[in-house]
Write a protein that binds this ligand. Sequence first.
Ligand code: NDP
Length: 449
Amino acid sequence: MAEMVPELGGLFDEVIARNPGEAEFHQATREVFESLGPVVAKHPHYLDTEVIRRLCEPERQIIFRVPWTDDRGQVQINRGFRVEFNSALGPFKGGLRFHPSVYLGIVKFLGFEQIFKNALTGLPIGGGKGGADFDPKGRSDAEVMRFCQSFMTELYRHIGEYTDVPAGDIGVGGREIGYLFGQYKRITNRYESGVLTGKGLAWGGSQVRTEATGYGVVFFVREILAAQGKSFEGRRAVVSGSGNVAIYAIEKVHELGGKVVACSDSSGYVVDEAGIDLELLKEIKLRDRGRIADYVAARGGNARLITGGSVWDVPTDVALPCATQNELGADAARALVGNGCRIVAEGANMPTTPEAIKILAAGGVTFAPGKAANAGGVATSALEMQQNASRDSWTFAHTEDRLSEIMGAIHARCLETADEYGLPGDYVAGANIAAFTHVADAMLALGVI
Ligand code: NDP
């Protein structure tokens, strides 16, 4: 990673001062600023026009009370968020996260990343993100429904197919999108399919959307491997998490001839040298909403549960962090390098700490940042919006082909841009610069807004 040039240092200090206590947002902006040195040197108008300063200020930030009643009749209060960050390229677009750790700084980091990720897809979508500090774990379906209905009772007035189009993220899957869409439809009396993505196939959803982020990150790694004259055949992979992104990443690695030998959740990780049994994992995680320990109990054989360690201690060729931000730190990076890992591609958003990225780079590991590698989810959301707008629905094969093409195009654009700025093979710089110039040029064309 490059150091930040002095011309941007002052702007970065301002971001910190204006957004106190939002560590994740500072981290996400720093990473982009560190890539922009060569851009402002070549094109000083990006500084003169204050477009970078404008980009760091969300267009709109909404914070609201979410009151609901639990199964015991007890009133619960959560805090809801929607940060509408940038709509230069299209309606705000980005997921909703339900997790107890959610606060404004997390929503802003995710929204900021989303601007650049969405630009990289080449599709007409702006950037936004939202969520709540609600913990769905251990809650009944009825409680989750009441929470979603209350959340949407405020959110509905801020969203719309031409305004802002939320989707899922941590803690928000098909069940939650269903409850949210149902309440939106009821309040507005409109069947506005394009207002949310990640919908069920029977009511306006797209084939491949569920699988898209996980498949997309593996397609991105396939491109990296191909550029190095290699393939997935016979390669070991380790995936963190065992949620939506992780499960479908595992599925695609197996389809392409690789073998995933470990995955995790927040209570530990499993090592299964025979290869993760995906049907079993899906039953436990998707059907029963169970824990990773249940996998070992049901699988038997040589599968092992490890608590208190790090999934990144398991030797692997390819590492796919697919759980959450800052889950892969310096020690993990050293373990990966020491064990001969060659590629790290982020399925999650910002899972790798800045220090870890430096250690990976020094160790000769190819590193693909989330805003490029995990863009397949939002790209397929945009394909869902296309289908909704044209009252059409595409086949699985056609939609997957489009996803594969989009991931190929993002990969090519990262490499071409990195080459153009004299940084061959630097996916972080390539992604940040290609996305920034795309969004900034659109913002400049629209005037001082
Ligand atoms: P899910 O809720 O489906 O799964 C999240 C997984 O990560 C679970 O296994 C969870 O374990 C684990 N996890 C979450 N928080 C922590 C934590 N603090 N420590 C350890 N493990 C944790 O979410 P998704 O799969 O949808 O999202 C995963 C990541 O991918 C996030 O960073 C998200 O922003 C990113 N992403 C998601 C997209 C999508 O389309 N869904 C698109 C692009 C990026 P546990 O159940 O124990 O909490």
